[in-house]
Ligand binder design. Structure first.
Ligand SMILES: *Cc1c(COP(=O)(O)O)cnc(C)c1O
Length: 354
């Protein structure tokens, strides 16, 4: 830290992204990316859009918005696009949290929430998951805080039914509830239709997981027009051109080729069952996942041990240092070949340590 760094940030511990190694070719199952490239239409549209790079991009993301509205059954004033959904989440912390509206989220959830809270000087409560790692809706009823719920949750992969989301929304009418649906395309029911009914609901989604555009940085928030206006106030006060022209084109390419996305999701869901079953056969406890990753633990091996043993074999997964989940690994569902490779390595590792 330099002596010039503002004291308001001196205690900040930034989010640690998963490793993106350059030195050797790993099978990358550590950051929940999609194993397939984006639709070829994305590359085609980006190529065309590159002709216009001398001009500022469309701040309203008009073409992208029109296509999304068609697909999702929402209106243009109910959507804001952002630089990844991380930006939408940060905007929500900026717009809807302060000393009078502290944040609340699970103790085991997306690691960026406490970072955004700290960045924005927002007090927050961590609400423990149940012993089976599920979110108990009862713990969120009438708590009078700005609530962030990842659904499906990360890194557990567990999903909350919409009826529970609705109970939480109804019991906190004077607070915003943000439902982070980064993984919703892989399982569970989206809360998007509920934005017509609940003026306190914000749903965020991303193109990084199901739509293969993690490197393009495209996300969105969907909510009633008044909340979208507030998020736009934040956007136009920080970076009006937050979604660049190439990314808008890549996103439109994706949305123009829905069958491609649906087919990839179906294959990932199929491979998720293969991975889940294969891990169980090798003695792991695996939580049934509604996402593109599984959360698994071995009765005798720590998460860090499994991580290191897999890394030696050229496969990257995640482990965690948080006490409650230090025995777990989070393994992204890759292609059928990648799943087969990780299961072969797991069999070796469990046999040699048996
Ligand atoms: C990946 C992820 C995001 C956001 O990813 P972006 O790439 O910024 O869109 C948000 N929430 C959860 C729970 C995630 O896992």
């Amino acid at each position: 830290m330099s002596r010039f760094f503002s004291s308001k940030y001196s205690a900040l511990t930034p989010y640690t992204p998963g490793e993106q190694p350059k030195e050797r070719k790993f099978i990358k199952l550590n950051t929940n990316e999609n194993p397939y490239p984006p639709s070829s239409l994305s590359a085609e549209f980006v190529q065309k859009a590159s002709q216009n790079l001398n001009l500022y991009c469309d701040i309203a993301c008009s073409a992208l918005t029109a296509r999304l509205c068609e697909l999702y059954g929402v209106d243009a004033d109910e959507v804001i696009f952002t630089n990844g959904s991380d930006e939408a989440l940060n905007f929500a912390f900026m717009a809807f949290c302060d000393a009078d509206h502290p944040a609340a989220f699970a103790d085991i959830t997306y690691g960026f929430y406490p970072v955004f809270a700290a960045l924005n000087g927002v007090p927050y409560n961590e609400i423990p998951l149940a012993d089976d790692m599920s979110i108990r809706a009862e713990d969120y009823l009438g708590i009078n805080k700005t609530i962030f719920i990842a659904n499906p949750n990360a890194p557990t992969g567990r999903v909350l039914p919409l009826s529970d989301i609705e109970r939480i929304l109804r019991s906190n009418p004077d607070n915003i509830v943000v439902v982070d649906e980064a993984y919703i395309d892989f399982g569970g029911e989206s809360a998007v239709p509920l934005i017509k009914e609940y003026e306190n609901l914000i749903v965020t989604q991303t193109f990084s997981k199901s739509r293969s555009l993690a490197g393009g940085r495209l996300g969105m928030a969907i909510a009633c027009p008044a909340l979208i206006r507030d998020l736009n106030t934040i956007k136009f006060s920080t970076n009006p051109y937050n979604v660049n022209g190439l990314t808008q084109a890549a996103g439109l390419g994706c949305l123009t080729d829905e069958e491609y996305t649906r087919a990839n999701i179906a294959e990932i869901v199929r491979c998720r069952s293969v991975l889940t079953e294969g891990l169980r056969v090798n003695g792991f406890t695996v939580i049934d996942s509604a996402a593109n990753f599984v959360f698994a633990k071995h009765p005798c091996l720590t998460g860090e041990y499994v991580y290191s043993a897999l890394r030696e074999r050229g496969i990257l997964v995640r482990y965690f240092t948080l006490e409650r989940i230090k025995d777990y690994n989070r393994i992204t569902v890759g292609t059928a070949d990648e799943v087969a490779a990780v299961l072969t390595a797991i069999k070796e590792i469990t046999e040699e340590t048996a």
